[in-house]
Design a protein around this ligand. Structure first.
Ligand SMILES: O=c1ccn([C@@H]2O[C@H](COP(=O)(O)O)[C@@H](O)[C@H]2O)c(=O)[nH]1
Length: 275
């Protein structure tokens, strides 16, 4: 069964890939133009040249690629991203756009077009259900709602306690569960907040998590796996920790990334029930 067949629900496709390659890692393609090795800078599309080599070296360990759109939002960047998505699909790896979108109706309908080519997206719940509806309506695409983010300021708003006694992040999780009418919703919960990860897993036992924050942000890999997965389905992401693993400006950068992806897969597999 194909993991990029959009006739199948996103989380079924992820489950297929997890069991096929025995891995739960998402590789973040945050291909900062300033960090692309010198020998690729003269390519027609340096970010695409870089990503192609990273995909070649890492795909056998990778459940999903997660390009953050921040690194592609210029004309040649969008071209590089389109090529990257098609290439990942050619390796049967789904692509999750980390775009953190949402807006009022007509604008958010336009944002949801980002899903035409990709398999899943991250969205921001701040504007409420109608701002997410066009994403949620795409039944076979994954929608990951920011819940408890990994950055230090994630606590500023998300940890506030409401009059109901819940925290803001718990309220977001409860709302997300109600919005999950097609079974295509997950939450973004950072590995840098292991206690919140644990309490959210109890709060919403059925929602898979996308867990960023291991590697460069020094989050907790054991908590990421233990609480991020539901029936062994979820995505544990590392971006810079893989694609810039050696901080290697030379031609070996892709091999170094491949070794880092394999090592992370093996590290995370120690904490899975089924590995
Ligand atoms: O809470 C969040 C939400 C998203 N991210 C994104 O994930 C990657 C992490 O990159 P690393 O290099 O592995 O630190 C990046 O695209 C962030 O924008 C997050 O870190 N935390």
């Amino acid at each position: 069964m194909n993991s990029t067949d959009t006739n199948r629900p996103f989380f079924d496709r992820v489950a297929t890939r997890i069991s096929r390659i025995n891995s739960v890692i998402s590789v973040g393609l945050d291909s900062d133009p300033n960090r692309i090795p010198a020998h690729l800078q003269t390519a027609d599309l340096p970010r695409w040249a870089f990503n192609r080599r990273i995909i070649d070296a890492t795909h056998e360990h990778t459940v999903c690629y997660k390009p953050n759109t921040a690194f592609y939002e210029d004309p040649s960047g969008w071209r590089a991203l389109r090529e990257t998505i098609a290439y990942a699909h050619g390796k049967d790896v789904p692509v999750l756009l980390d775009a953190k979108r949402a807006d009022i109706g007509n604008t958010t309908r336009q944002y949801a077009e980002l899903l035409n080519k990709a398999d899943a997206i991250t969205v921001n719940p701040y504007m409420g259900r109608d701002s997410l509806q066009p994403f949620l309506d795409r039944e076979n695409k994954g929608v990951f709602i920011l819940c408890r983010t990994s950055n230090p300021g994630g606590a500023d708003l998300q940890d506030l306690e409401l009059v109901t006694g819940e925290t803001v992040y718990e309220r977001i999780a409860a709302l997300a569960e109600g919005w999950n009418t097609h079974g295509n919703v997950g939450l973004v919960v950072g590995a840098t907040a292991p206690e919140e990860l644990e309490s959210l897993r109890e709060y919403v036992p059925d929602l898979p998590f996308l867990v960023p924050g291991i590697g460069a942000q020094d989050g907790d890999p054991e908590a990421a796996v233990t609480y991020g997965l539901v029936d062994d389905v979820g995505l544990i992401n590392s971006s810079r920790g893989i694609i810039f693993a050696g901080d290697d400006n030379g031609e070996q950068f892709a091999d170094t990334a491949g070794v880092a992806a394999k090592r992370l897969k093996q590290q995370l597999n120690q904490f899975r029930d089924t590995a």
